[in-house]
Design a protein around this ligand. Structure first.
Ligand code: NAP
Length: 514
């Protein structure tokens, strides 16, 4: 069993007792009582906190991490050991002891099982594997190694260790290390840590117990679970994990979808994919790719003899990768079809009906590019407007359409088009008063499609509705491209309604908290 463990890392005994109750109700399977957060602490208080955990019928780890190992306990060993002894006396099942404070075997501690731990809060230590050997010499019940992941490829050390040794704790801290926490159950680790609340992490990179259970499908994960994820930077606020995991739930597919932060260069992107393909046991079968790696993904597929959808090559961007059981990689672009379908579905027409329709594209970035590719493909009359005029010109020349010099979109005096599509970020949360064009330019009967989806009703769409233009929001495009990815990943149609519900839910929650 891999225990979903909640660290109780709060500053008072009363808060600790309340947190224990909350963790138990949230579905914690083990508790780690961080006595070093509760300083100063009497023996009676230790007993009271441990008793609350025992009452909750959850196994308990007692930890009193000294400051020289990244914890908050500033006292001496002579002061620390009695607190741990008291915790065991009160019913703690495990005691966490740091490798650096142990000179001999640590099979048990006054009858409790021992976790021997070692932490590096800066980096992946070069002697990582030797550290495990030093820990094993102490013959603990459980070995624990934790280090800071500076980049995503640092995760492979912990994942390889879990694959080889199974019943231990090996994890990479920080946002780039999150997958080591999410893979624990699949790889049979002893535990993973999940914080009770967003601001109660006992180490960087912990996700909350709510996210672990309700987004990352903790209860459904098995050794056979197939893994998918989104590569990007930033990736923390991406809706994709929520949307795809909800789709796995809805369809009963044994899958897990995780965030994969790759901040670095094309080399880092390639090194991660090489590492994934070498480790077939990770079962990573498909990946979504977002800013800034869509072009890197295309180059990677080409360089590794993979299959490339011709349209993805024409657009110059891959937003979806699939990896087969032989490690062969294929690249697709679902942004284009997602956007085109959102437009024609809302207009109640077919793609071919867009032939000859005049379309103004506002923006010349990645989304504009996919739009222009799709629209010119069906023969629409496209004109591109962009703040950086040279980018509009380059894009127009590449796809054989028009461009207009409009460095200040907001100063434009006329707009002669049947369809207007906003592909800029203007109007996006939190700067919701932003809008790309003046309301006066929107005419009755125009179709106004805003690719921004947070908020759903942007100022541009509000303006459009007020003059009886047809307003189309960006969420359907997002859901369409995700549903097409889901189909590439699983060979099943994406459950769009469930995906949309999950996305809306997350958008609403985020708007409440910011
Ligand atoms: P991108 O490649 O960074 O392009 C951003 C575009 O916005 C550029 O044309 C940029 O003009 C323009 N822009 C940014 N700030 C501006 C400002 N203050 N005034 C005028 N123009 C400005 O980004 P992208 O990937 O194309 O994404 C663009 C937007 O599409 C996102 O913000 C997001 O809201 C939306 N989106 C929607 C979906 C969906 O599925 N619905 C998916 C992805 C993105 P310059 O060239 O002058 O910098």
């Amino acid at each position: 069993m891999t225990y979903l463990t909640v660290p109780i890392a709060v500053s008072s005994v009363d808060k600790a007792r309340a947190a224990i109750q909350q963790a138990a109700s949230a579905g914690a399977e083990m508790l780690e009582l961080r006595l070093d957060y509760l300083q100063p602490l009497t023996n009676n208080e230790v007993t009271s906190v441990v008793a609350a955990a025992v009452e909750a019928k959850l196994p308990v780890i007692a930890t009193c991490r000294p400051n020289w190992e990244g914890g908050r306990f500033a006292g001496s060993e002579v002061q620390r050991q009695p607190l741990l002894r008291q915790a065991v006396k009160a019913g703690a099942d495990y005691v966490d002891l740091e490798l650096a404070c142990l000179e001999k075997k640590a099979v048990e501690f006054y009858g409790a099982k021992v976790i021997v731990s070692n932490h590096d809060f800066d980096k992946l230590p070069v002697d990582f594997h030797n550290r495990l050997e030093y820990i094993k010499i102490r013959e603990p019940k459980i070995a624990k190694l934790a280090y800071m992941a500076e980049k995503i490829t640092d995760c492979f050390a912990a994942l390889d260790m879990l694959r080889k040794d199974g019943n231990l704790i090996a994890l990479a801290m920080g946002e780039a290390g999150v997958i080591t926490r999410l893979f624990t159950k699949k790889l049979g680790a002893f535990l993973t840590f999940a914080s009770l609340e967003k601001d109660q992490e006992s180490a960087p990179g912990q996700v909350t117990i709510d996210e672990m259970k309700n987004i990352y499908r903790w209860d459904a994960i098995t050794a056979d679970t197939k893994v998918y994820g989104i590569i990007g930077s930033p990736v923390g606020h991406s809706l994709s994990p929520v949307i795809h995991n909800a789709a796995f739930d809805e369809t009963g597919f044994d899958g897990l979808y995780v965030p994969l932060l790759i901040e670095g260069s094309r080399e880092e992107f390639s090194a991660f994919l090489d590492g994934v393909r070498e480790r077939k046991w990770l079962d990573i079968k498909g990946l979504s790719v977002t800013i800034p790696h869509k072009h890197n993904a295309l180059e990677y597929v080409k360089a590794n003899g993979g299959e490339l959808e011709s349209l993805a090559e024409r657009i110059g961007a891959v937003n979806t990768l699939s990896i087969d059981s032989n490690g062969k990689i294929s690249g697709y672009n679902t942004d284009y079809a997602g956007a085109m379908d959102a437009l024609v579905e809302a207009m109640g027409i077919q793609r071919v009906d867009l032939k000859g329709v005049t379309v103004a594209i506002l923006g010349a970035g990645g989304v504009a590019r996919a739009m222009v590719a799709g629209l010119t493909d069906v023969g629409a009359e496209v004109t591109i407007y962009n703040r950086t005029v040279e980018k509009a010109q380059r894009l127009a020349e590449e796809f054989g359409c028009r461009w207009a010099a409009a460095a200040e979109l907001s100063e434009m005096q006329s707009l002669d088009a049947e369809v207007v599509i906003n592909c800029t970020s203007l109007g996006m949360h939190p700067k919701v008063e932003g809008t790309p064009i003046k309301k006066e330019l929107i005419k009755k009967g125009m179709v106004v499609f805003d690719t921004v989806y947070n908020p759903l009703e942007t100022r541009l769409l509000r303006d459009a509705r007020q003059v009886d233009a047809q307003a189309i929001d960006g969420l359907q495009m997002l859901i369409n491209q995700a549903a097409l990815q889901f189909e590439i990943f699983t060979s099943k149609p994406g459950p769009k309604e469930a995906m949309r519900r999950a996305a809306l839910d997350k958008i609403m929650k985020e708007q409440k908290t910011t």
